[in-house]
Design a protein around this ligand. Structure first.
Ligand code: UDP
Length: 315
């Protein structure tokens, strides 16, 4: 039986990864300091003897006893509201947290997978974004604690690969949504869903012309695990290439869930990227991956989860 360590295992994406590996006969060790994660996300796994939860900050030294075959580094605040609230912890987990994971991988001869992000492209001047694009990032602006932490994380991951021959994988995650997102993490999908459920106006920041593309978490997990078991090092973009302006997205949610919902415009946060869409040619070609769940279906599943209604499928 293989052992996988998932840092950030009690978080949104991390907990879905725990489920994926637990369903496939792995031993799973989730490490999380619960800064933005929650025990609730993994409570259903806690009685299983092949699952272990360690409450710890992976930015501080830690050790795992016994063999480890895979390390997936997902620990980090990831929503703009959360990383602005925890700037130093965000920088630490991208820096020391990543290095601690790489050291563990080196000692255990494990594969190390880094959860990087489309934020490494900053406010991109190339569209859609290919992995070969180096980005347009403000190094000291309001999003810099996250963008630069992840850029550093990519750099140190490659340094361990080149210097110590650690088998590494770098994944760049574009906007992802689904059950277990924190209702109040400030991102657009939980905000709009929460606003619909409470009969509140939908808040569009700026003029709503900025674009994003949204990937359902189950599709993301499929991409992550394909990369993990592939020969590729990456970086590889994983995201849904269907692009919307935020205003179109608000209108779509309104059309499906409450045609009477009001849309109100609020100020645009500084350095908010104007456009974002992944070029997923590499993932398609090398991993045979592409997203399958249409936005309309994914939003319904997420809405049901937020409303506490039974899920019709997954996660
Ligand atoms: N946004 C919005 N209304 C909200 C929350 C976010 O219009 O209530 C916008 C935000 O300005 C950004 C986009 O939606 O342009 C996506 O924001 P999010 O925080 O989800 O993630 P980001 O892609 O910026 O990391």
């Amino acid at each position: 039986m293989k052992t996988v360590v998932i840092t950030g295992g009690a978080g949104f994406v991390g907990s879905h990864l725990c489920d994926w590996f637990m369903a496939r006969d792995f031993k799973v060790i989730a490490v999380d300091n619960l800064i933005t994660g929650s025990r609730r996300n993994i409570a259903h796994l806690s009685k299983n003897k092949n699952f272990k939860f360690i409450e710890a900050n992976v930015s501080r030294p830690y050790d795992i006893s016994g063999p480890v075959h895979y390390i997936l580094h997902f620990a980090s605040p990831a929503s703009p509201v959360d990383y602005v609230k925890h700037p130093i912890a965000t920088l630490e987990v991208g820096a020391q947290g990543t290095q601690n994971g790489l050291e563990l991988a080196r000692r255990k001869k494990a594969v190390f997978l880094l959860a990087s992000t489309s934020e490494v492209y900053g406010d991109p001047l190339q569209h859609p974004q290919k992995e070969t694009y180096w980005g347009n990032v403000n190094p000291n602006g309001p999003r810099s604690m996250y963008d630069e932490a992840k850029r550093y994380a990519e750099a140190i991951t490659m340094a361990y690969h080149r210097t110590h021959k650690v088998n590494v994988k770098i994944l760049r995650i574009f906007n992802t949504y689904g059950p277990r997102m924190q209702v109040k993490d400030g991102r657009v999908v939980p905000n709009f869903i929460d606003q619909i459920l409470r009969n509140q106006p939908l808040t569009v920041y700026g003029n709503g012309k900025q674009t994003r593309s949204f990937c359902y978490v189950e599709d993301l997990v499929d991409g992550i695990t394909r990369l993990l078991f592939s020969k590729l090092t990456g970086p590889v973009n994983i995201g849904n290439p269907r692009e919307f302006t935020i205003l179109q997205f608000a209108q779509l949610i309104r059309k499906f869930y409450n045609p009477k919902a009001e849309i109100v415009f609020k100020s645009l946060p500084k350095d908010d990227p104007k456009q974002r869409r992944p070029d997923i040619t590499l993932a398609r070609k090398e991993l045979g991956w592409e997203p399958k769940i249409p936005l309309e279906e994914g939003i319904k599943l997420t809405m049901d989860w937020f409303a506490g209604r039974p899920l019709l499928r997954g996660p």
